[in-house]
Design a protein around this ligand. Sequence first.
Ligand SMILES: NC(=O)c1ccc[n+]([C@@H]2O[C@H](COP(=O)([O-])OP(=O)(O)OC[C@H]3O[C@@H](n4cnc5c(N)ncnc54)[C@H](O)[C@@H]3O)[C@@H](O)[C@H]2O)c1
Length: 445
Amino acid sequence: MPTTRRHFLRETTAAGLLASSLAAQQSKSANDRVQVATIGLGGMGTGDTHSSTNVPGVELVAVADIYQGRLDHAKEVFGKSLFTTRDYRELLARKDIDAVIVATPDHWHSQISIDAMNAGKDVYCEKPMVQHVDDGKKVIEAQQKTGRVLQVGSQRVSSIVYQKAKELYRNGAIGELNMVEAWWDRNSALGAWQYSIPLDATPENIDWDRFLGRAPKVPFDPVRLFRWRNYRDYGTGVAGDLFVHLFSGMHFVTGAVGPDSVYATGGLRFWKDGRDVPDVLLGLYDYAAAQSHPAFNLALRVNFVDGAGEDSGFRFVGSEGIMTIDNGVTVAKRPRDPEPGYTIETFTDAMQKKFLEDYKKRYPPAVMNADSIRPQGEEKYLPPAGYSDHLDHHRNFIEAVRSRKPVTEDPVFGFRAAGPALLSNISYFERRMCKWDPRTMTQLD
Ligand SMILES: NC(=O)c1ccc[n+]([C@@H]2O[C@H](COP(=O)([O-])OP(=O)(O)OC[C@H]3O[C@@H](n4cnc5c(N)ncnc54)[C@H](O)[C@@H]3O)[C@@H](O)[C@H]2O)c1
């Protein structure tokens, strides 16, 4: 039965109250040990596990992965006593695990997160929170019903760089926002997701059916597992993989909750290796005025065929300046001239004379004094050397596991970033504009 908005809100509020009273009884003190397990120990699962265990008091006790090589490597890296399994449900059944990191391919995120919360575990779920728009509210409802902590893994929202950008934006550093642009261009096989395939990728070493999960049944093919991002059955294309980071970062800085229209176009231009997702994608999004921002437009771009190198950027364009985020935040300002100027050369001499007399009356020659000197140029803020937003994001999660206080990126925030990213795919594949209600997180058409 489809969930109506009112039903959804009523149920989730009641569930939220129950959950918060349950959760209040379970809080741990700041130094209590937290035992974590990782589900999906590939590239990001490994990075997440290192960041998590770098938070004082956190210990990795178990790992689940459907490829034996990664389970064996888990013991090499994290110790022989680690419990390992190909079936993540065995982890969820263990009483010694407080929290799980979900770093599988995207098509498993919602199912494993919901199973984990229902099993009483807190969850750090990699982005995008869900593979399909339809999955979003199920994760939100499960979180609110169970009262478990769920942090979505777009680490930018915990970054001190983005916090600085938020503060500058709020304090009016760029005036009235009118546009945000962000891009992510790459020029390499690895950048375009052609990851290495181990030589022991055999049916004996891989639980193929468990990798497929809800995806269509297809014969064993290690390319589809190790390069899962290239297939819509398991991944979410460049929009779910990369746009989602840009949505979460931008929403955090501006306080926006999402666009109301989404249009994307692009194509598969170069990496024709059997993938069924584009390697060039452009997205355009309209944000209506809200309390924290005026109406503005967002333009996103990913190009995996950038013949001149790799580059990414984020520009917040306002009436009084431009704020750029890269390894730090830069605010650039070049104030407009206070008078409009004129283009009178083609008028008759008499008209030019009259026009100038009138112009000078309206804009008398400015007195040149210290007040007429206006600031020009850039101010740059850089984080301290070695700063890691990823570590901060895990620290925030572990603090919430202990204190039961809210995380920086709960499932509502996570779905508001994933929703428009996933609609970009629908727009691209169906060649149409999509409508989204960012408040109720509902696809309108
Ligand atoms: N936050 C970030 O900056 C960031 C960066 C990279 C990846 N990610 C996200 O992390 C997730 C993993 O990406 P990755 O690059 O590490 O992929 P990966 O292929 O390197 O790792 C995925 C792992 O999951 C395992 N797996 C697949 N199905 C499983 C299942 N049912 N149960 C248990 N394990 C299973 C695979 O065998 C593999 O080891 C993705 O959702 C991706 O979007 C986030």
